[in-house]
Ligand binder design. Structure first.
Ligand code: KG4
Length: 367
């Protein structure tokens, strides 16, 4: 989880491409950051130069599909195989050599320890051999800052501070008040399962594949969201809970299967649509309340579950009904990627916020 990431120094604006032009004319070298992400089952590397993304390469690990979830030992082995070719590709696609790098940003945590260690060790070795600084990045801070990735001068909109970010992934469901790139406060979070975890587990119960999110999303488009009703939690404040929903889904399904052994096959679209609607309603109810209480109308969504069609539609609906300005990431920046690590690294580089060689990876501990 991101704990409250406090602003260390005033955030200096990122250098712009125009700045690079001026800088180049004045003989100033561009700032080129390599980002490395290996917190779970995606090995990713990206290059950002003067705030603009030059490459973003990700190798996903199909090996986990057969197990219905990520197997940590297999994940770290696959990272070991992937890390060198992925970084090599990222540099090639960016059209640069490693000697042109200004710093290396890497995911320090949270995540699977064995997976993190591959990226962290690789980043340390490369930074030491090049004699350049290392920048440690909190994976979840990276998800939030994915909204600041710039691909070209024709810009998609970037949220102004302060804004609210609903961070929903396989491991987290949080409402984050983002006051600055390095000043984030969690105002609500799940007290048990994450939204993505609940979707994946319900999908597993239905005998569908892994990860369940994209499968449920696809099926839900053909189903009736009001066909079935599942438990919604009553939790204090802006916090979430998804374990009751998961249990309610399982118990209902068991009963229905007793009456019709092929119940899932006969109703999988309606089950998916109803599950998705329940989760989206739970997420949006708390987010809407937080936005109202804090009087914030700039609202973003991030993390793997932000790829969900129903959630994206709910955001658009809230923009129309409540006058929100919404920020929805490109699909490639919803799930784990190194571009978000590189952009966070670029912000920290501007503040000279580097980390020492002995900085260890952390699986859960927040910064
Ligand atoms: O952010 P992420 O790639 O990994 C971490 O958990 O850090 O998120 C993965 C989660 C999984 O639970 C996956 O099922 C879910 O995001 N997901 C989706 C969709 N695509 C991925 N959930 C719902 N609808 C989707 N289209």
């Amino acid at each position: 989880m991101i704990e409250n990431i406090q602003r260390a120094k005033d955030s200096t604006p990122l250098p712009t491409k125009e700045g690079q032009g001026e800088g180049a004319a004045a003989g100033v070298s561009p700032v080129t950051i390599l980002g490395i992400e290996s917190s779970c089952d995606d090995t990713s590397a990206a290059v950002i130069r003067d705030g603009y993304l030059l490459s973003n390469v990700t190798a996903s690990q199909a090996v986990h599909e057969a197990y219905g979830g990520v197997v940590p030992e297999l994940a770290s082995r696959a990272h070991q195989q992937n890390i060198v070719p992925v970084v090599d590709q990222a540099l090639k696609r960016a059209g640069i050599t490693k000697e042109e790098l200004s710093a290396i940003a890497f995911t320090r945590g949270p995540g699977l320890m064995g997976s993190l260690l591959v990226g962290v060790s690789f980043a340390k070795g490369l930074a030491a051999s090049l004699g350049i600084p290392m920048i440690d990045v909190n994976h979840l801070q990276g998800h939030v800052l994915a909204h600041f990735i710039k691909e070209s001068e024709v810009e998609s909109s970037i949220p102004p501070f302060p804004f609210l970010c609903l961070l929903v992934s396989g491991g987290n469901s949080q409402i984050v008040l983002v006051k600055a790139y390095n000043d984030m406060q969690i105002i609500g979070q799940t007290i048990d399962d994450a939204a993505g975890e609940a979707i994946d587990k319900c999908s597993k119960v239905m005998g569908l594949g892994y990860p369940g999110g994209p499968i449920i999303d696809r099926l839900a488009r053909q189903g009736n969201p009001d066909a079935f009703h599942f438990a919604k939690p009553a939790i204090e404040g802006y916090n979430y809970s998804f374990s009751g929903l998961k249990t309610s889904f399982l118990y209902n399904l068991r009963e229905w299967i007793q009456e019709d052994p092929d119940f899932i096959e006969h109703h999988k679209e309606d089950l998916a649509a109803s599950l998705e609607k329940t989760i989206v309603d739970i997420l949006m109810n708390k987010l809407r309340r937080a936005a109202k209480d804090l009087k914030i109308k700039h609202v973003a969504v991030a993390g793997g579950v932000s790829a969900n069609t129903g959630l994206r539609e709910a955001f658009k609906d809230h923009a129309r009904r409540y006058g929100w300005t919404i920020y929805i990431p490109k699909f490639s920046y919803t799930t784990d990627n190194a571009a978000m690590i590189a952009i966070t690294g670029a912000f920290k580089y501007a503040d000279k916020d580097f980390c020492p060689m002995e900085a260890p990876a952390y699986s859960r501990v927040a910064i």
